[in-house]
Design a protein around this ligand. Structure first.
Ligand code: ADP
Length: 154
């Protein structure tokens, strides 16, 4: 059973995240989208909201599950028997940052990180830009999944 976790803040989930999961769906038997809950971090959306947005996004993807976690990603991966960590790469800055983390994680746990390159046309999308646009009353509908637009703008 090839089980991967896709860890992140997902504050909120964007079309960039959705694309990575959709493309990884063929590669794994199960993908757990793992919503990080770091007590030191301030989120715009609560853990419950972030989980609900992701559940709505992947409601037609039977292999995709959503969970929240605290602490080290590798500890959570081991706890749920996931052999792979899935991450997306947008640009060289992502690569440099992710490289050190992936190497550390493999050293500490043996867990492999699998990277998918961002889709052309989606590399500029980030949760922080979505939050900024939303905070200032702009239109976020071209940046996040349609079902999430409905939930946020209800
Ligand atoms: P984190 O705080 O862990 O970076 P994010 O929610 O920002 O959490 O991102 C989770 C994962 O999704 C990361 O691997 C990130 O590189 C990837 N990601 C975010 N936006 C995009 C995008 N537009 N295209 C591809 N991957 C993306």
């Amino acid at each position: 059973m090839k089980r991967a976790i896709f860890p992140g803040s997902f504050d909120p989930i964007t079309l960039g995240h959705e694309d990575i999961v959709q493309r990884a769906d063929d590669l794994f038997d199960e993908i757990i989208v793992a919503v990080g809950n770091n007590t030191d971090k301030k989120y715009m959306f609560s853990t419950q909201e972030r989980l609900a947005f992701i559940e709505a996004t992947f409601k037609n993807y039977p292999k995709v599950k959503v969970m929240s976690f605290e602490g080290l990603t590798i500890d959570f991966a081991k706890k749920i028997n996931a052999g792979y960590i899935l991450r997306g790469l947008r640009n060289p800055a992502d690569f440099e940052f992710e490289k050190a983390i992936a190497q550390t994680n493999r050293k500490l746990s043996g867990i492999e990180t699998v990277f998918l390159l961002t889709a052309s046309g989606k590399s500029y999308i980030s949760s922080s830009i979505v939050r900024d646009v939303y905070r200032h009353g702009g239109d976020i509908s071209a940046l996040i999944p349609e079902s999430v637009v409905k939930m946020i703008l209800k």
